[in-house]
Ligand binder design. Structure first.
Ligand SMILES: Cc1cc2nc3c(=O)[nH]c(=O)nc-3n(C[C@H](O)[C@H](O)[C@H](O)COP(=O)(O)O)c2cc1C
Length: 221
């Protein structure tokens, strides 16, 4: 698979089969992803990979919290600004329509949307998940390094025939994740990532992208 194919075939997959992901494949992907760039080569990512019983336990604990209406853990970072200005607001609305429209859920059906979103806590059925932490003392450039690392992981997973779904959702239950992975003090959970083989029987709508001229400006001589 060439890089273009890896990039264009990667998408946030929200339905996985229970086929296990071999440990050696995960190690190969994560060893290669370690070559991701980072400012001054700080390599600020701390990744925890869960499979088997620990992942089942996490899904169980998170599912229980949702079922009992437990409130979210206090935030360590804001996922989005409280007011999302244009054009981000419109893009977010379009995403909601694509995501929930594919499931036949209307804009007004808040409960159905919540039910669909709750599949996050089952990692969409995935048999493996990665949780990516960053040191609380590090700043915005290092958070961006994490993004590069995570994208590299996702592209390498494509090269292995695997799919993924990055999940900031896990940050709202960060304490439950911490109970299972026991990170050292001083780390912030940025996001989780479900990993596995796609359940190709699941319907989905491919998310769109803004036209190039909206996000790229060529300044030419
Ligand atoms: C940092 C990050 C966090 C995300 N968190 C979630 C999440 O919690 N749950 C989810 O279903 N999708 C999540 N997504 C997936 C995005 O919704 C998805 O990447 C976006 O809509 C573009 O669609 P595509 O990845 O299928 O191309 C996240 C993506 C990123 C990059």
């Amino acid at each position: 698979m060439d890089v273009y194919e890896a990039v264009t075939s990667r998408r946030a997959v929200r339905g996985f089969t229970d086929k296990l992901v071999p440990r050696e494949v995960l190690e190969r992907v994560l060893s290669a992803a370690a070559w991701s760039p980072s400012g001054s080569n700080l390599q600020p990512w701390h990744a925890y990979v869960l499979t088997g019983e620990p992942l089942a336990e996490l899904k169980k604990r998170a599912g229980k919290r949702v079922a009992t209406g437990d409130t979210w853990d206090e935030r360590e970072y804001d996922m989005y600004p409280s007011v999302l200005k244009s054009p981000y607001h419109e893009r977010r609305s379009a995403f909601g329509q694509e995501r929930y429209g594919a499931l036949g859920i209307s804009r007004e059906d808040w409960e159905a949307r919540q039910r669909a979103a709750s599949a996050n806590w089952d990692c969409f059925g995935a048999p493996a998940a990665l949780f990516c932490y960053i040191d609380r003392d590090l700043g915005l450039p290092q958070w961006s390094d994490l993004g590069m690392y995570l994208q590299t992981v996702m592209l390498l997973l494509r090269a292995e025939g695997l799919h993924s779904c990055p999940q900031m959702a896990w940050s709202v239950y960060r304490k439950t994740v911490a109970e299972v992975v026991s990170p050292p003090d001083g780390l912030i959970l940025f996001c989780g990532m479900s990993i596995g083989f796609e359940d190709v029987t699941m319907d989905y709508i491919r998310t769109g992208r803004a036209p190039l001229h909206e996000t790229v400006t060529f300044v030419e001589g």
